[in-house]
Write a protein that binds this ligand. Structure first.
Ligand code: AMP
Length: 262
């Protein structure tokens, strides 16, 4: 933590907190584009390291936690966060601020982030907390399907607004199922088979939710106590969630509703 990164001086950081499948990914993508706020996503950064496979020791460490729905230990998280986030900031000198998706996730990560912000001269906004009940996120998670050709094509078989249209059929025209008896679906856009991410398998979802209750609930309680939490009902329609977040961040970015996105 000793190196000073001038790229983050006077930048605004917006940390997002939500349970797994709480809608963070959807919201941060919309806001990032609309307000030119590049996003640092901790989970995706870890997945990219696993895919690259350049550092076998780090890969093995990450896998042992991620495959069990556990949080990666603090030293590794902070090291990966600082390196990746400073690089992102250096690549976007024009940005007024940045979105943090999935960091911090517990009290010790929040302490580390505060210390880093002091070193950088960056300003931390209130954490944007999408409050979604664990029953709702469990249903969302177990219904989520990704296109095997393009992971940006995401569906949800438990939500009729987001459900794919076509099932995979066998030669006799019957729906094909996986080993657990779940129907296989096809992407509406490129007809590739839809897959279930390992993280969304029911056993992993339950482990991740337990870990969330153990690690992140205390962070939410602490931030609330210190008035550093902006709580948003994450069970509303996605557009309403976006509007609620916009009301919060526009004044911080020096924007009024009329000048939004300009
Ligand atoms: P996500 O894509 O945000 O759900 O993260 C996937 C997995 O990466 C989590 O289940 C954790 O194992 C790990 N991970 C992501 N963010 C953090 C974090 N801030 N601290 C520790 N582990 C994390």
């Amino acid at each position: 933590m000793s190196n000073h990164s001038p790229a983050l001086k006077d930048k605004l950081l917006f940390p997002f907190v939500a349970p797994p499948n709480g809608g963070k990914g959807t919201q941060t993508q919309i806001l990032s584009e609309r307000y030119h706020l590049p996003t640092f996503d901790m989970g995706s950064t870890f997945r990219a390291i696993l895919k690259e496979g350049k550092d076998p020791e780090l890969k093995a460490e990450l896998e042992s936690y991620m495959n069990n729905g556990k949080l990666v230990p603090i030293n590794t998280v902070v090291k990966v966060f600082q390196k990746g986030f400073e690089a992102l900031a250096e690549n976007h000198p024009e940005a007024k601020g940045f979105i943090l998706d999935g960091f911090p996730r517990n009290n010790e990560q929040a302490d580390a982030l505060l210390t880093l912000c002091q070193t950088w001269g960056a300003t931390l906004s209130k954490a944007i907390y999408l409050n979604v009940s664990l029953d709702v996120v469990r249903t969302r998670a177990t219904g989520r399907r990704f296109c095997s050709e393009n992971a940006r094509h995401v569906y949800n078989v438990n939500d009729e607004r987001l459900a794919p249209k076509r099932q995979k059929l066998n030669e006799s025209g019957q729906p094909v199922t996986d080993a657990q008896g779940r129907i296989l679906w096809l992407c509406d856009i490129d007809q590739a088979e839809l897959i279930i991410r390992a993280d969304d398998e029911p056993q992993t979802v339950d482990k991740r939710l337990l870990e969330y209750e153990k690690e992140t609930n205390p962070l939410i309680a602490l931030l609330k106590e210190k008035a550093l939490l902006a709580e948003i009902n994450g069970e509303q329609a996605p557009e309403k969630v976006t509007q609620a977040i916009e009301q919060l961040i526009q004044p911080l970015l020096g924007l009024t509703a009329a000048s939004q996105g300009n």
